[in-house]
Design a protein around this ligand. Structure first.
Ligand SMILES: [Zn+2]
Length: 151
């Protein structure tokens, strides 16, 4: 598989981008990786990159977007932070991906048993993690409130 060029990226629609990710995930789930020469892709992207997607995912070692979506070098912007929290820097990265570099889709990839969410639920505090986990707490409070209303 070749790295995307400006010409191939320009032809990708948001729906196509979603399909590329779904197809890649199906390959991943079936342990059928696309054949890629990553060193060749390094050379193909040395003068520029034309990723078709931006993926916000957790730093969890099991959630590498490139692996889960079976994508190569130059295919996706991979934005990673514990718990997928948003801040101005993450939003700026997404704005760059779509507004400047012409990516067609933004995906927020959550996962089960997220240590950041577990830490926020258990009121973990320590160092800079305290501030990061505090960004998750409003979602926990909303979910808890919603569940109380259903009782
Ligand atoms: Zn996580």
């Amino acid at each position: 598989m070749w790295a995307h060029t400006k010409e191939t990226q320009d032809k990708v629609t948001p729906q196509m981008a979603l399909e590329y990710l779904k197809e890649g995930n199906a390959r991943f789930l079936n342990n059928l990786k696309a054949s890629r020469n990553l060193l060749k892709q390094v050379n193909q992207t040395s003068d520029g990159q034309f990723p078709f997607a931006a993926v916000l995912s957790c730093i969890d070692s099991r959630t590498s977007a490139e692996l889960i979506f079976d994508q190569g070098l130059g295919d996706i912007f991979s934005i990673r932070i514990a718990g997928n929290v948003l801040n101005d820097d993450i939003l700026g990265s997404m704005e760059y991906a779509c507004g400047v570099a012409n990516s067609k889709i933004v995906v927020v990839l959550g996962h089960s048993k997220c240590g950041a969410v577990i830490g926020a639920c258990s009121n973990y505090t320590g160092g800079n993690l305290t501030g990061l986990l505090s960004k998750i707490k409003p979602a926990i409070e909303k979910e808890t409130y919603k569940n109380r209303q259903n009782w």
